[in-house]
Write a protein that binds this ligand. Structure first.
Ligand code: APR
Length: 249
């Protein structure tokens, strides 16, 4: 019997920052270099597909060079060793959690290692560079292949499963996310409403920091392995209520 029966962990770009992958909103981040409307919207793809191909091909090349860090590995360890259920929901499109052997993993913003054909809706594994010259392996039409990632204005993947997991968890942890983008940024409030203990593991307070009952701030490669170690060694009967009562005084 573990302290928590169901843990939901939401991760963002900060989880992969120490693996060398840029975040979006830190200074000098991706959105300081590119206008998201040009490279991460269906309209941008319509307007200038080659800029979108170049943007994701560059990120794919960066992703191919990156390796999982100790935070990715700690999350995979938690899934392996924790007796309760651990559901990982990531906003990231890299595959570093898979490389760290994480199991039940939901990529709510899609994956850089898959392509989507805008002509026939095929979704296929794809690790090569994408371009307008490519023919879709399914419909054989040219120019319709895009990265299978969720752009601004599109509906994130597996939202029903995510909502069910968030609504049923008794521990919700957010790691390396600024709490800027919805619906992901709304998960902590939903979890808290259902009585879950909520923890923010982040380099700095996020935009939703006020919703969390517990905060540990620092680099993910330090605070995530420490927090996982704590979860794995906690006595099952020490309820977090004592903690939140302490917090609420
Ligand atoms: N360790 C822990 N946290 C870190 C680290 C680190 N080494 N480096 C940065 N962070 C934190 C930052 O403090 C910030 O709060 O990670 C967060 C990164 O925030 P964003 O760059 O906004 O990334 P994210 O929250 O994942 O963005 C969400 O926005 O643009 C869309 O689709 C994109 O999935 C992305 C979504």
């Amino acid at each position: 019997m573990s302290r928590y029966e169901k843990i939901v962990i939401l991760t963002g770009a900060g989880l992969s920052a120490e693996s060398g992958l840029a975040t979006f909103r830190d200074s000098g981040g991706i959105w300081a270099q590119y206008d998201y409307r040009d490279v991460a919207t269906p309209e941008g793809f319509q307007r200038n597909p080659n800029l979108v191909y170049e943007f994701y091909n560059m990120r794919r090349r960066e992703g191919a060079k990156a390796t999982p860090n100790s935070a990715h590995k700690a999350l995979a360890r938690l899934q392996r060793e924790y007796s309760g259920e651990v559901v990982l929901v990531t906003q990231n499109i890299d595959n570093l959690l898979e490389q760290a052997d994480a199991q039940s993993l939901i990529h709510m913003h899609g994956k850089m290692t898959k392509m989507l054909c805008t002509n026939c809706d095929a979704r296929l594994p794809w690790t090569e560079e994408l371009s307008a010259e490519l023919k879709c392996p399914e419909c054989e039409l040219l120019g319709g292949m895009r990265p299978d990632v969720v752009w601004f204005g599109e509906v994130p993947y597996e939202m029903q499963d995510i909502a069910a997991a968030v609504g049923a968890c008794d521990l919700f942890i957010a790691i390396g996310t600024s709490g800027n983008v919805y619906p992901a940024a709304s998960f902590v409030a939903a979890a808290r409403e259902n009585g879950a203990h909520t923890v923010e593991l982040n380099l700095a307070p996020s935009d939703t920091t006020g919703y969390f009952a517990e905060h540990v701030h620092g680099p993910a490669t330090e605070i995530v392995p420490d927090y996982v170690e704590q979860l794995l060694n906690e006595p099952p009967n020490e309820g977090h209520l004592s903690k939140s009562v302490a917090i609420n005084g």
